[in-house]
Design a protein around this ligand. Structure first.
Ligand SMILES: [Zn+2]
Length: 99
């Protein structure tokens, strides 16, 4: 849920997590993940659009559920099961990150 402030130009001032309702603001900036889908012709949900904003804890709780599901689905396959980078498309190792 995006909250806007009424200033000269309307801007997003905060994004509330759609799961826990907490603000996603961290040091002045909204930090959130988005789960979205826009289903088209031929799909069971044709014409439906979904957007869910997730704070960091809710995102990674959801994310670990997906990763677990992936692990179970490929449990008996010969495919490499290193899921440490599951879903991650980039990582900025610069700055003050301690991870
Ligand atoms: Zn949350």
């Amino acid at each position: 849920m995006a909250l806007t402030s009424m200033e000269q130009t309307e801007s997003v001032s905060d994004v509330l997590c759609d799961v826990c309702g907490n603000s996603t603001r961290v040091e002045g900036a909204a930090q959130f993940g988005t789960l979205c889908a826009s289903w088209g012709y031929g799909s069971a949900h044709d014409g439906e659009c979904y957007v869910v904003h997730l704070c960091e804890p809710c995102f990674f709780r959801t994310f670990s559920g997906l990763r677990r599901e992936r692990m179970v689905n490929f449990m008996f396959s010969d495919e490499d099961q290193d899921l440490s980078d599951f879903g991650r498309v980039s990582r900025n190792d610069g700055g003050s990150s301690t991870s």
